[in-house]
Design a protein around this ligand. Structure first.
Ligand code: FE2
Ligand code: FE2
Length: 316
């Protein structure tokens, strides 16, 4: 049984990096286009959607379910606990759709502002094509498990609409890095754990392979853009990203997950918020993105507290 770890915080000092030069940017995009041509999956045919789902099988490792180890968790039968894990994953998957739609819109605008004869712009559209397949795959996973909706919470919906209005491409890339690294860490755990639901692991496998390219596209782009931001814009950006990260993570467990388990959503949310296992899950899954942002200076002392309160850095 894993013990909640009280790992010390380390927000590394920002190090001076060089933004990608246009030639490097084209080379990187050409490499990603080649990789996309080699490994792109059609989830509609790659996944066996008709294989029966075992109601006693977990979709996430039990210690990664938000209520794991709490009195509410122990009040559930093993089958209810497994169902809670399936609904949590379906909710996280629905948050994934929310984010991918926002990302696709940002990428299309990025291409519109650019020139489609560049490999860089061509790769952006290739990524949109990947995300189209992912969102459809996620929706099919949600309906197959019987989870009732892929709608985001009202708050996330408004944040998405705000992003459409503001259209900040630098934020699009930073948000993508956060969400993609976070999801990648969670899904790699699922792929490693052979006891978990095969359907959930198949979805995770396809997503992990294709997302690695997206991260490789977004990171140098964010570095390049961040290097050119003025100090006042950086200060605003740091706060806006902390807000986006907090909302993205709050979105992964929709309150209806608890209602479906017959629990009081309010009491369950409070229990999850206090649960050290759940805090560790979020900190672990966010680690790679947090380290990258800290290296660039996008997470610094001025916003460290916001990330800590969002449960994405461990408490002091
Ligand atoms: Fe995706
Ligand atoms: Fe992606």
């Amino acid at each position: 049984m894993p013990e909640p770890a009280a790992s010390p915080v380390s927000v590394p000092r920002p190090r001076q990096r060089e933004g990608a030069r246009p030639a490097d940017r084209e080379q990187n995009a050409a490499r990603l286009l080649r990789a996309s041509a080699r490994h792109a999956y059609d989830p509609q045919t790659e996944i066996d959607w008709d294989s029966p789902i075992d109601p006693d099988q977990f979709a996430l490792p039990p210690h990664r379910v938000s209520l794991y180890g709490t009195p509410l968790w122990h009040s559930l039968t093993p089958r209810q606990q497994a169902q809670l894990s399936v609904h949590q994953l379906a909710s996280t998957t629905s948050a994934g759709i929310w984010f991918e739609l926002v990302l696709m819109e940002g990428l299309v605008r990025h291409v519109y502002a650019g020139d489609l004869t560049t490999r860089h712009a061509q790769y952006a559209l290739t990524e949109v094509a990947d995300e189209c397949r992912h969102s459809t795959m996620f929706a099919r996973y949600i309906t197959t498990t019987g989870y009732p909706s892929a709608r985001p919470t009202r708050r996330a919906d408004l944040l998405g609409r705000l992003h459409f209005l503001i259209n900040d491409t630098t934020m699009t890339f930073a948000g993508a890095i956060f969400v993609e690294e976070f999801t990648d860490a969670m899904q790699r755990e699922m792929i490693r754990d052979e006891s978990l639901q095969p359907l959930a692991r198949s979805v995770a496998r396809i997503h992990v392979v294709e997302e690695a390219r997206h991260i490789g596209y977004a990171k140098p782009e964010l570095e390049r853009r961040w290097a050119s931001l003025s100090a006042p814009r950086r200060a605003v950006f740091r706060r806006a990203l902390a807000l986006l990260a907090r909302q993205s993570v709050a979105e992964i467990v929709h309150p209806r997950v608890y209602a479906l388990a017959g629990l009081d959503p309010r009491a369950a949310r409070q229990a999850a918020a206090r649960n050290p296992y759940w805090r560790d899950a979020r900190v672990d899954w966010a680690r790679k993105a947090v380290e990258f942002f800290a290296e660039l200076g996008i997470i610094d002392r001025s916003v460290e507290g916001l990330w800590r309160r969002a449960g994405l850095l461990p408490p002091r």
